[in-house]
Write a protein that binds this ligand. Structure first.
Ligand code: CMC
Length: 422
């Protein structure tokens, strides 16, 4: 059977036959048949915006692979920085490559003092850390003007090191500023995740000793968030990067997209929802409200997954380990019951709505004492290697500037009417 599709323009009778390659048909071939006719696809539901070799997601089967490696294996055996290397450079690092990479990232944990003293101190005491992170990432662009040299691979590598390295520093500074605590400088003798925990929680102790189970669980959560192909924020990163903006402002734009409650803000929304539900008895009434269109079951549903999100399954497994150390979180019981009821309800079944990654992460973050407004920040730290991998892949492929067309539905030409005649 031919792996092609034939399209006929009934106005002209002309036909094109286009090969189906890697599950896609080339829109340029199609466009030749119908110049000036655009493909209307709001929300890009059926548009592949790019070819990519980074992450494979088969939503119907619940499969997620980074560079061919199943997410389950990476979550169990790898580390966040190793996964970051894999995403960025396509292969797992050798021992030497790994140690150079970890050193290169670790060398950039500090940030310019002006950022702390002038920039961070300018925020209101109750500023949301995600808003602070977005602006701080953009502000870093002004400290590294050479980041504009995006065609130079060495330069790109240095900015990639900086962005991955400084994420936890900027994030913890935002948190410390919000609670009026002094900033804790990075401790480069600790691992990536341990250093982040140290900057978050250290008070007067000379060195911070994180619980190994908690730091491993957090590292695993970062792995699970590291990439997810052409999601909203990664698309933002690629679009901004396609204009050849530097990686700091591009990442700030990606982080801004992540901030939204439909995307990375959902983990925070899940906890608000679980708290509002409050107890088992209120679950059926809540489900009925969702079914009546009054709000959504946050942490459920996904544009691509029409099966159980494999990341949610891994997070659920880790929740038990973490809670053994931190003590029980009653919200986990409500979440489990809510999942059970929803998965047996026709509304959710018929729409293939399953828990996504955000459904259980908030429960773990809460048990680890992260304040709710830091959850999306944690997502952003995890997603940084993914954003950068796609940015780099797009530059290396020499992509054109992103510039979609539209189907204009506004008024036809009309003449200006002076204000006193309207
Ligand atoms: N609760 C109740 N109904 C839902 C939900 C939900 N969470 N998600 C989708 N639906 C219904 C929706 O009402 C629609 O029903 P109908 O066909 O009767 O109109 C149908 O399912 C299809 O929904 P959609 O809005 O067309 O789906 P989408 O692909 O545009 O949206 C989504 C995907 C993730 C934005 C959406 O499922 C949602 O809002 N979920 C809750 C927010 C959430 O958990 N977001 C995190 C996503 S995973 C992490 C990330 O990517 O950042």
């Amino acid at each position: 059977m031919a792996e092609t599709v034939s399209i006929t323009d009934n106005r002209t009778g002309k036909t094109v036959e286009i090969p189906i390659q890697d599950g896609a048909v080339d829109a340029k071939e199609w466009a030749k048949l119908m110049p000036g006719t655009w493909f209307l696809d709001p929300g890009f539901s059926v548009t592949a915006s790019t070819e990519s070799k980074i992450t494979e997601l088969q939503g119907g089967e619940g499969i997620l692979r980074y560079r061919g490696y199943p997410i389950e294996q990476l979550a169990e055996k790898s580390s966040f920085l190793e996964v970051a290397y894999l995403l960025l450079f396509g292969e797992l690092p050798t021992a030497d490559q790994h140690s150079t990479w970890v050193d290169d990232v670790t060398n950039h944990t500090f940030i310019h003092e002006n950022m702390r003293k002038r920039f961070y101190e300018g925020f209101n005491h109750d500023a949301h850390p995600m808003g602070m992170l977005v602006s701080a990432m953009a502000a870093l662009s002004t400290f590294y003007p050479e980041a504009k040299e995006i065609d130079d691979p060495e330069n790109r590598y240095r900015q990639i090191n900086r962005l991955i390295s400084k994420g936890p520093t900027l994030a913890s500074m935002a948190y410390r500023a919000s609670i009026g605590m002094p900033f804790v400088y990075p401790d480069n003798s600790l691992s990536y995740t341990e250093n982040f925990l140290s900057m978050m929680w250290r008070v007067a102790e000379p060195t911070y000793e994180p619980d190994p189970v908690l730091s491993r669980a957090l590292d695993t959560l970062l792995i699970l968030h590291a990439d997810h192909e052409q999601n909203c924020s990664t698309t933002a990163m690629r679009v901004i990067g396609s204009a050849h903006a530097d990686p700091f402002v591009s990442a700030a734009g990606a982080a801004a997209a992540l901030y939204g409650p439909r995307h990375g803000g959902a983990n925070e929304a899940v906890i608000h929802m679980l708290r509002d539900i409050g107890s088992y008895e209120n679950i059926p009434a809540f489900i009925e409200k969702v079914k009546a269109g009054e709000g959504r079951l946050m942490g459920f549903g996904h544009r691509v997954y029409k099966a159980y999100d494999p990341r949610a399954a891994i997070v659920k497994k880790h929740a038990d380990e973490v809670l053994k150390i931190t003590g029980q979180n009653p919200l986990l019981d409500i979440a489990l019951k809510l999942e059970e009821i929803a998965l047996n309800d026709e509304y959710f079944k018929s729409r293939n709505l399953y828990p996504n990654v955000d459904f259980y992460t908030g429960v773990i973050y809460q048990a680890m004492k992260f304040p709710m407004n830091m959850y999306t920040v944690l997502f952003a730290i995890g997603r940084m290697p993914g954003w950068l991998s796609h940015w780099q892949e797009s530059l290396e492929a020499g992509s054109r500037i992103s510039r979609p067309r539209q189907a204009y539905t506004g008024p036809a030409e009309r003449n200006y009417v002076p204000v006193n005649e309207r």
